[in-house]
Design a binder for this molecule. Sequence first.
Ligand SMILES: [Zn+2]
Length: 417
Amino acid sequence: MRFLSFAVNPPGRRPGVSMNAPAASTAVAPQLAGLPLIRTLVGFDTTSRESNLALIHWVRDYLAREGIESQLTFDDERRKANLFATLPAQSGETMRGGIVLSGHSDVVPVDGQPWDRPPFEATVVGDKLYGRGVTDMKSFSAIALSFVPELLRRGLARPLHIALSYDEEVGCIGARRMLADVVARGVKPAGCIVGEPSGMQVVVAHKGKRGYRCRVRGHEAHSALTPLGVNAIQTASELVNFLAQMARRFRERGGFDAGYDVPYTTVHTGVIRGGTALNIVPRDCSFDFEFRHLPFDDPEHLLAEVKRFAATLLPEMHAVDPHTHIEFDALSSLPGFDSHGGTEIAELGKACAGTVEFGKVSFGSEASLFHNADIPAIICGPGHIAQAHQPNEWVTLEQLALCETFMRRLADQVCAA
Ligand SMILES: [Zn+2]
């Protein structure tokens, strides 16, 4: 996942009180059946810019040895693939009523980060496992895969699907193609567990995100003759200031959902570029901004509000040069979702996590894409988002043990015997 704010605040809890604190800590390092598989997956450098095919082919071959066929869907260059595999129910059912265990195969870069140990080796030190992706989010996928032989031996009462995507970290790109294929093939899972790091708490909602680039084209002039020019930086700064006012309005007046650590829609400008020299009225300025919106705030309305304000700046610009303009490019989009916990998969997740509560998070994930494909989804995975994307990314062995407990309870729920 790409977004770093995080809290799990169940209804009735004080915002800011995190459920992330580990439960009673285990004195002895837990026995982790999934550790060898975690080491294997972490060993593949699947930084999003690289091909993930070595990892995908390894998983395909691992499942094939268990008699399970994988469906691969590729990106346009066939450098990357999603994997979707189905463990059939004993009845032979493969299409309907199954549970998806979903993870992304890619990780964020380690470039420029001060790592104390090789990032693409999962290393146990004390009560923690270190390595790129141990939290976000290869451990969940590996532990799910490690249960496949047991699930097949016991026999399933309903299908179980393994879903591994590419390019989650650069905009949840692969999962869209995988889901289109799943829908086209008529597979209708009953629910999906996305194993993003949630401290093994059940998360039933997350915010949506829209990213945009605004490009302001002004008119160059000698800076001694500013009335003959249109200053693109100044126009852009009026727009940036308008966004800041929107952000303030949401912070002060909402809408609010106290389930989130940041309980309102946020607006943020992250990059700005403009101008060439102090003695030139700048012709061009562009800036990138984003909305992280509560699921009930319509992001189209947010952009429309910015565009309406931009339109008020144009007459003054056009009076100097009719070719000046303000344009908006969409950079990224990820829907929010809120299932309000009222789904079978949320109940199943709570039973497996051994909790009666659920939470909401500010970061985006593939869960909303499953949700929008009519596959009810929750997020539940080991580790915490605060450790994601960091140098020396780590997860506690205790979290991994909790994930294995979760998977064992899930096996009891979905197995025929
Ligand atoms: Zn992730």
